[in-house]
Write a protein of this length. Structure first.
Length: 132
């Protein structure tokens, strides 16, 4: 996929004022994940190998967590999306964590969210700024 195709997948992030940072923004993304997931429990993050598309680095991850109820889970997902770094949530699945209840408004829920973060590779800038 070319850069335009990749960027076309994330138009909503523009509305949040999200920026595509330069590579390597991974520590900042981890800090944002930590803040966004502060109301979650049993958080597990599975990081995929980063990929390159033209001048973009694409970081895919799958985030699993439990939340007190549907409203809290929805808020956590909104916070993940509304962060300062360009991202795309390609899939979010919420389900009751306990089959003994069927009230998603009060029961604990489990969530599985696929997130993609974008960074500029900056290879051209790094090459021109490097000392001989």
């Amino acid at each position: 996929a070319d850069m335009k195709a990749v960027l076309d997948k994330v138009p909503e992030s523009e509305k949040n004022g999200a920026q595509i940072p330069d590579y390597d923004n991974f520590e900042n993304v981890l800090d944002e994940l930590s803040v966004a997931l502060s109301n979650a429990s049993d958080v597990k993050i599975n990081f995929s190998k980063e990929t390159v598309s033209k001048d973009l680095i694409i970081r895919e991850m799958q985030v699993a967590f439990f939340a007190e109820n549907y409203a809290v889970a929805k808020s956590i997902i909104s916070n993940l999306y509304a962060g300062p770094y360009k991202c795309d949530i390609s899939k979010a699945t919420l389900q009751l964590a306990d089959s003994a209840t069927n009230d998603i408004t009060t029961a604990k829920v489990s969530a599985l969210v696929n997130i993609v973060y974008y960074e500029y590779s900056g290879s051209e800038q790094k090459d021109t700024n490097s000392a001989p």
